[in-house]
Design a protein around this ligand. Structure first.
Ligand code: IPE
Ligand code: IPE
Ligand code: MG
Length: 235
């Protein structure tokens, strides 16, 4: 089986999963975080080198305040759990998104997690927090303009590679496979640039129920795809 080098996941359906159990939405998020932990291990054992998960979007601030607060608390705790698992599993963790809008203590936990795991050589694990692809591109453009004003960059040098290097995903190869759970058929502002040639896999399974078998199913489907990159089959 050909294992995708980079899998990106829009983990969705935590709220619906909880509702089905008659529980508050936040219970679904707690279970969802546990699923992330499991899938990191499973993906790495299967040979995946990069895994990126969408944990909180720039639009998720529009949710009711109590859900936003609970999600921030969960992310705070998750950064600590993740620091332990990163050490245990040799994972290199990076947070993508606009971190400057997060509480200072959360920013510190993120910096700590990134720093303590930066020399690890196992799974490269990216977590998207306050991430929106359009916001990422706007921030990249601003940084490019600053560098141009400081004569670090010429306008004629700007190409796809340069723009890529100003994104939060700098040095991370584009995803080969995008998985979205809970049956939704949209990108919801996730990695618009980076997913240009990714294969999509959607499943009705709600994220807290996502298992290694589901991951294998997604990879099997990926293996049946013919990635042409605009070329011709077999060329
Ligand atoms: C995904 O689950 C997690 C986040 C967006 C934080 P949802 O909370 O979107 O779950 P549904 O879509 O309402 O079921
Ligand atoms: C996308 O899920 C964002 C994350 C998974 C973090 P949403 O549940 O927020 O997306 P929409 O609102 O259904 O598009
Ligand atoms: Mg959702």
């Amino acid at each position: 089986m050909n294992i995708p080098q980079h899998i990106a996941i829009i983990l969705d359906g935590n709220g619906r999963w909880a509702a089905k159990k008659g529980m508050p939405r936040n219970y679904g998020h707690t279970q969802g975080a546990k699923t992330v932990e499991r899938i990191c291990e499973d993906a790495y054992k299967l040979g995946v080198k990069y895994l990126t998960v969408y944990a909180f979007s720039t639009e998720n601030w529009n949710r009711p305040q109590n859900e936003v607060d609970a999600l921030m608390t969960l992310l705070r705790n998750y950064m600590k759990t993740c620091t332990r698992t990163a050490t245990k599993n040799n994972m290199k963790v990076k947070v993508i998104g606009d971190k400057s809008k997060l509480d200072v203590d959360l920013q510190k936990s993120i910096a700590n997690l990134e720093e303590s795991s930066k020399n690890n050589t196992g799974l490269n694990f990216q977590v998207a927090i306050n991430y929106g692809s359009r916001n990422e591109i706007v921030r990249a453009v601003k940084k490019i303009i600053i560098d141009k004003d400081e004569n670090k960059l010429n306008i004629d040098d700007i190409d796809e590679k340069i723009l890529d290097s100003y994104l939060d995903t700098k040095d991370i190869p584009d995803p080969d496979l995008l998985i979205r759970t809970s049956g939704e058929l949209r990108l919801s502002n996730f990695l618009l640039w980076q997913l240009a040639y990714a294969e999509f896999y959607v499943t009705d399974v709600l994220w807290p129920d996502f298992t290694k078998d589901e991951l294998v199913k997604a990879i099997e489907q990926y293996n049946n795809r013919d990635r042409r990159f605009g070329g011709v089959k077999g060329e």
